[in-house]
Design a binder for this molecule. Structure first.
Ligand code: ACO
Length: 309
């Protein structure tokens, strides 16, 4: 089987910084409460999905030394598209100067990892250059007067170019896509409304599904938690990440985080954390990288990769 591997990575965030202190000035909350309960210090807001996705995609294409016109497919994971239709991906295709198929995928915060799985499938079926974008602008659907949700969300994008790996043992090793629709009412956003959620229950289920999805991709690849070099989890709450890592038996130091400065950016959170990991300590050739996301739906997805070409 041809494995897809990441050959370019780009990120972008909203240009306005909102700190916990900014929120504490207008809401009944405090920097201490938000940091202790979520790990978030500030979030970035602003920009459309097209703007943020386009910025991230251009950086990823440059790193992959690829012209957009050479792309075979664009998959854009988002649950907050700029319009009901057309899809963000169609506008991105035109904006980037690509001449290929393009579609949006809504699996909430699991969207980017779902898209990695689809890119792998397309590359193993013969495609050569797939652009995966994860972008969300949750600030547009946040009730900024509601302290239980306003503290959590931000806007951002991350993009990766995926191509066939040159070596058999590099690239995507295994993937998992799951759905637990019985929990759909825990986290919703109706037309014309804001994000509503049962935070405590989302927290509980999130830890459970992250652990089970991670174990599944590890088992499918014949690997153990101790083989994982870097975990790139969805960035919803630092305490969710801590609990999942503890249950998986993987040291917390192996988890890449960016939530401290971005908040929860949904589909963008995993590529943003990947970008932070690459620029902080680097991800080395041969490292085993575990992506694991969960979100509204309740959707869940994981992907295991061996880094390198
Ligand atoms: N500041 C101060 N106090 C607050 C705040 C706030 N911002 N928010 C809630 N409180 C209060 C509550 O009113 C409550 O007070 P009470 O005890 O007097 O009733 C107390 O703090 C505890 O509230 P909880 O909701 O129990 O707090 P918890 O520790 O569960 O933290 C949080 C809340 C941060 C929302 C947490 O439950 C969480 O992160 N849940 C998961 C959220 C998540 O992952 N969402 C995914 C979105 S992904 C997507 O698909 C879009």
């Amino acid at each position: 089987m041809t494995r897809a591997t990441i050959t370019g990575l780009g990120t972008a965030v909203g240009n306005k910084v909102i700190t916990n202190h900014d929120l504490a000035a207008v809401l009944d909350t405090s920097d201490e409460w938000i940091v202790e309960r979520t790990g978030i210090h500030e979030r970035r807001v602003g920009g459309s999905c097209l703007e943020l996705g386009g910025q991230a995609a251009r950086i990823a294409l440059k790193e992959a030394e690829m012209d957009a016109s050479d792309l075979d497919l664009i998959i854009c994971a988002t649950c907050t598209p700029d319009q009901v239709f057309p899809a963000v991906s169609n506008r991105l295709q035109e904006d980037l100067g690509a001449a290929c198929g393009a579609f949006d995928l809504n699996a909430a915060c699991s969207g980017f990892t779902y898209a990695i799985s689809l890119a792998q499938a397309q590359i193993s079926a013969g495609m050569e250059r797939v652009l995966v974008v994860g972008v969300d602008t949750l600030s547009r659907f946040t009730d900024w007067d509601d302290r239980s949700t306003a503290i959590l969300f931000g806007d951002g994008a991350g993009a990766v170019v995926m191509e066939p790996a040159r070596r058999d043992d590099r690239g995507v090793l295994s993937t998992y896509m799951g759905s637990e629709g019985r929990f759909a009412d825990l986290l919703t956003c109706d037309f014309g409304d804001y994000i509503r959620m049962d935070g405590k229950e989302v927290f509980r289920q999130a830890v459970r599904v992250m652990v089970s999805a991670s174990r599944r991709v590890l088992a499918d690849a014949g690997l153990e938690p101790s083989d994982v070099t870097v975990v790139i989890p969805h960035q919803a709450n630092l305490r969710i990440i801590e609990s999942a890592m503890k249950r998986l038996g993987i040291p917390l130091g192996k988890a890449a985080t960016v939530i401290e400065v971005t908040g929860n950016t949904s589909s963008a959170s995993i590529p943003l954390a990947m970008g932070a990991a690459v620029s902080k300590s680097g991800i080395a050739d041969g490292d085993v990288v575990l992506l694991v996301g969960f979100g509204a739906g309740m959707s869940v997805a994981a992907a295991l990769l061996r880094w390198g070409r």
